[in-house]
Design a protein around this ligand. Structure first.
Ligand code: NAD
Length: 520
């Protein structure tokens, strides 16, 4: 594997200018050309499946199956979906008929925005790198891709492969750390897609403001898990939560960060988590290819420090192996809201459990913290699920599983406020982020000049004596409401509709019976 070589700073402006020239040449307006690049990106990953897997293992100690499941296959899938749909997604859209504007031809053209800058994070180099690159190409942009310097093997491999599959004047990789990214951010773009931490997200947002570049921020946060002891399936709850903390060694932006559990149920959950741990790691978590490692010594020491400071009780794991930056999945019970483990995004395989006497206490804390990327609810009770959904806010909400929303076809992925802004993959959501909806209006030839002007002549000065016309043309409003509604619309949930549907069903059945009787 070749070493990672940083891009010389003085080359960055030239790279940007080349990509801008390609965009302005209109090359990417050709859908067939976009499809060619998308297919090439898919083949880049497929042809180099093993090499990518090995590079990810070298950087993150990640077992190959994990890479296949959440990175390699979903990235190929993203390329295939874009390839198959780009022609349709790019079609101009006609707004619905309007009597007021019927004499005009109104069209929204789907256009690329220009040069797109994609800045990736270390934890999922393909998902946070190639994935947005695919969406940006589908939308008709050229791309500067800046992978993370913390995954040197994967970043070097992608830098070597990309020019073999795609013209450098269409996608160009820039490698480096802070100086290179800072230089990149001085230039204007059609759009910037940044995936990373909140503090760096703030730096990026500040930098792009100077060039008025729109930005999508994919950040992190503390995603809570809420347990309903009355209706969750305990063994699968424990297995799935532990999966979210074990996969990529918990270095996932949407990893379950902490668990809110009724106090009386905490030990029952701990027993189930212990059982899942024994199932997952029969030879221990540090065995060959058992689980990923922390990305570097800083990340290892940061998390080890938090575990050493916790005032909770370690009931599962708690082992460290510095030589391989290994941290065993660690469950810590009896944590409080002010515990060291609650002071920041954990981003590793450590899971604090917070026992509560009352669900409302847990919800109040979730609401008072930064809006997380995800909320996880383990319950099969629809009312419980609805209550959590209505009373919290997050980028996504999952019931009875974790993490899978990131790769589920048809769902947007993104945060709210401190956890990010703008949803992109999967599929068309990514295309939309990098697309400019260009409004167009064409006045029908039969209505040009003399005729239309005679109809609409009131808009031309001098206005004197004509204002009464506009007052008469003010749009009609719905009937004035007598006051706020007495019943909130949200109360028309399943509890209201289910009895109505059942009643209609029963009534329908009775009617059908009667019909049968009559027709005999
Ligand atoms: P990071 O913020 O340290 O780095 C991300 C990128 O920013 C890297 O390419 C890096 O080179 C660049 N960078 C770092 N410091 C910079 C600076 N001062 N100025 C300009 N650029 C700079 O993030 P990370 O450690 O790679 O990733 C971990 C974080 O990313 C976690 O918080 C995680 O939750 C988040 N994340 C979010 C998502 C998502 O889709 N929402 C996905 C993966 C990771």
């Amino acid at each position: 594997m070749s070493p990672l070589v940083y891009t010389p700073l003085h080359e960055i402006e030239k790279i940007h200018a080349d990509l801008e020239a390609t965009f302005k040449s209109g090359k990417l307006q050709d859908i067939e050309y976009r499809k060619y690049v998308l297919a090439q990106l898919g083949y880049l990953v497929k042809d180099n499946f093993n090499a990518i897997e090995l590079a990810l293992e070298k950087d993150l100690g990640r077992p190959p199956l994990e890479s296949e499941f959440v990175e390699i296959n979903p990235t190929i899938d993203e390329a295939v979906i874009a390839y198959e749909n780009v022609a349709n997604w790019s079609k101009p859209v006609k707004p619905a008929f309007s009597s007021a504007w019927g004499a005009t031809q109104r069209i929204v053209y789907k256009e690329g925005k220009g040069v797109v800058l994609v800045i990736g994070a270390f934890n999922f180099p393909l998902m946070t790198g190639l994935n947005p690159v695919i969406s940006a190409i589908a939308a008709g942009n050229t791309v500067v891709y800046k992978p993370s310097e913390m995954t040197p093997a994967t970043s070097a491999l992608l830098s070597e492969l990309l020019p073999k599959y795609v013209d450098r004047h269409v996608i160009h990789v820039v490698n480096g750390s802070i100086p290179e990214t800072t230089k990149l951010l001085e230039l204007p773009y059609g759009h910037v897609m940044f995936t990373g931490s909140g503090p760096v997200g703030r730096i990026v947002a500040g930098a792009v403001a100077k060039t008025l570049t729109p930005v999508t921020l994919e950040l992190g946060g503390k995603s809570p898990v809420i347990i309903d002891p009355k209706s969750c399936d305990l063994p699968s709850t424990a297995r799935r939560i532990l999966f979210g903390k074990t996969h990529n060694s918990g270095q996932i932006c949407i990893a379950p960060d902490y668990v809110i559990v009724p106090r009386y149920f905490q030990d029952t959950l701990v027993e189930a988590l212990k059982k899942a741990y024994d199932e997952f790691f029969p030879e221990g978590p540090f065995a060959h290819r058992a689980m990923s490692r922390m990305i570097n010594a800083n990340a290892y020491n940061r998390l080890r420090g938090l575990v050493e400071k916790t005032e909770g009780e370690i009931v599962v794991g708690g082992e460290f192996k510095e030589s391989i930056r290994g941290i065993a999945p660690t469950i810590v019970k009896n944590c409080t809201w002010t515990d060291a483990l609650m002071s920041q995004e954990i981003f590793g395989p450590v899971l604090p459990l917070i026992p509560v006497d009352d669900l409302e206490e847990g919800l109040a804390h979730v609401r008072s913290n930064d809006v997380p990327l995800a909320v996880y609810v383990f319950s099969s009770d629809k009312r419980f699920q609805d209550k959590i959904r209505r009373e919290t806010q997050s980028g996504s909400i999952l019931f009875n599983d974790v993490v899978l929303q990131a790769i589920a076809e048809g769902l947007p992925f993104g945060g709210v406020g401190p956890s990010g802004s703008g949803g992109y993959h999967n599929g068309k959501y990514g295309f939309d982020v990098f697309t400019h909806d260009r409004a167009s209006m064409n006045v029908h030839p039969l209505l040009t000049y003399s005729r239309l002007d005679s109809v609409l002549s009131f808009r031309f000065p001098p206005y004197l004596g004509r204002t009464f016309l506009m007052k008469h043309m003010a749009p009609a409003l719905p009937k004035r409401p007598k006051g706020p509604p007495t019943k909130s619309s949200s109360s028309y949930g399943a509890s209201t509709w289910v009895p109505i549907i059942v009643a209609l069903f029963v009534a329908g059945g009775v009617a059908a019976q009667k019909t049968k009787v009559l027709s005999r």
